[in-house]
Write a protein that binds this ligand. Structure first.
Ligand SMILES: [Zn+2]
Length: 222
């Protein structure tokens, strides 16, 4: 028997019209939370027929409208919509191909997470109770040019290992069973890295693990 949550999740994802509304909603939320600025970032979601809805290239994520959401098949061929699809379409498509359980992808230029990636190859969040529980160590994918196939390859490989990773000097990529889950993951990672950053800047010398030294396996959310 399905849980209430599962039934709600299925009905939430049922129609393309609802998914378009959700992309618009979470685009606005990403913008309002400072996780993207202007035309930064991109969002996509898988429909119940297996097609992908993705934001158009160069559009403001806080001011999205339905014409700015393009429908593609899993190979990236256009099904509906006039505008060019996101410049990171390859990255989204590779993730859907390699992680079949994924139904939503959010790429955001979250400032604390991106800043932390500049001088680190991974971010260890085990110092924080919530960070340890949710994330453990976060992978930082080596720098590749935005929109490139090389970036799509590295990002989608990382997506097979964890529900979120950071693109070095660029931003974060989160997967979810729906856009809400992907958004929550972006928001929670950003908050944890922000706390770590505040601690290092404002309370030097006080860093002491409250959550043990071990790095747990990253939780398999999908
Ligand atoms: Zn980007």
């Amino acid at each position: 028997m399905k849980s209430t949550d599962q039934t709600n999740r299925e009905s939430m994802n049922k129609t393309k019209a609802k998914l378009r509304d959700q992309i618009i909603y979470f685009g606005k939320l990403l913008y309002e939370k400072g996780l993207v600025a202007g035309t930064d970032g991109n969002l996509s979601a898988k429909t119940n027929t297996g097609t992908i809805l993705i934001t158009a290239s160069g559009v403001h994520k806080g001011l999205l409208n339905k014409k700015q959401i393009i429908e593609l098949d899993i190979n990236g061929n256009r099904i509906s919509g006039e505008l060019p699809a996101s410049s990171e379409t390859k990255l989204h498509m590779e993730i859907y191909r390699k992680v079949p359980s994924c139904s939503a992808v959010i790429h955001a230029h979250a400032p604390w997470s991106t800043a932390a990636s500049l001088n680190n190859d991974f971010i260890d969040l085990n110092l924080l109770a919530e960070g340890k529980l949710l994330f453990g160590r976060i992978e930082v994918v080596p720098y590749q040019d935005p929109g490139s196939m090389e970036l799509a390859e590295l990002s989608s490989e990382a997506a097979t290992r964890s529900r979120i990773h950071i693109l070095k000097a660029h931003g974060v990529v989160a997967l979810g069973q729906d856009l809400l889950q992907a958004f929550c993951t972006v928001e929670a990672l950003e908050q944890n890295i922000r706390i770590l950053g505040i601690s290092r800047t404002h309370f030097p010398g006080t860093l002491q693990s409250q959550a043990g030294e071990s790095s747990p396996e990253l939780p398999d959310i999908l």
